[in-house]
Design a binder for this molecule. Sequence first.
Ligand SMILES: Nc1nc2c(ncn2[C@@H]2O[C@H](COP(=O)(O)OP(=O)(O)OP(=O)(O)O)[C@@H](O)[C@H]2O)c(=O)[nH]1
Length: 307
Amino acid sequence: MAINWFPGHMHKARKEIKQVMPQMDLIIEVVDARIPFSSENPLVPSLRGDTPLIKVLNKRDLADPAITEQWLAWIEKERGVRAITLTHNQRQEALGILKLAEEMTPTHNREKSALRVMILGIPNVGKSTLINTLAGRPAAKTGNEPAVTRAQQAIKLPDNVLLYDTPGFLWPKLSPEQCGYRLAVTGAIRSAVLDFEDIAMFEADYLVQAYPELVMARYGLDQKPQDGLALMDAIAEKRRFLGRGGVPDLHKVSEVLLNEFRAGTLGQISLETPDMVEQELAEARIKEEQEAKEKAIKAEQRKRKKR
Ligand SMILES: Nc1nc2c(ncn2[C@@H]2O[C@H](COP(=O)(O)OP(=O)(O)OP(=O)(O)O)[C@@H](O)[C@H]2O)c(=O)[nH]1
């Protein structure tokens, strides 16, 4: 899958975060609870050094609670960082992050200097919403200012905490390739690269396999569809999304599937589990190794031909 992720822009983002990071006492990384792995920002581990990190699995209300529990355990074990869940409009719970921040920075004296906290995360995961909840007012900056500019515009929180907002840097995971589709399904990337109907088809295939009862209930189906295409055809039939000659209008069905997933109308759905991701990672590694081997063989053959 060839995806152009605008490397120039990301190089700039990396430089900017690197510049601001050393001034921070703690980092809050916000991820989407429905895709805690795909929505991680791969810049963070290499840039944070020893700075303590809290990972917030936000939009808990939209994710499958049992799978979210699996992710919390996986992140703490595999990543070795603190992970909590959150959902919007829960100010008291959100303020709990500041308590946790205090516990995680025991040597910091807040009477002497403010605790500097950087909030990071890819677009659309709910950073601004969280910042506004913590501040108790609309405080999150909008627009596309560079991190350095924003870092000079800290938001004052209770208990002498300064919150540094950063724009939604997206450094997508190129591997496994399923990550790109999951980011597109949640709306984190408005992809001009991935085809709209392919994104919906990816979602439909997954829903049929992982949440058949939810889709059957939502679209009034008596039988479990065989695959994603069968689900899309069935929705077209039910909702009368038919073009000339009764051909299913897959674009309309795609809109419904994606909009309803994003709005949470289909129910609480997670798009990935730790087991799935580990298997995909293993498969991607094997594929990469094979590709590297094939490349080496071809290079050797070219060399021999030249001799
Ligand atoms: N259901 C649900 N929606 C949420 C939650 N948090 C945020 N949202 C919604 O998600 C969308 C994105 O939220 P923002 O706070 O703008 O996300 P952001 O990370 O600041 O996005 P960028 O500015 O693009 O970086 C908005 O429509 C929010 O209302 C949540 O916990 N649950």
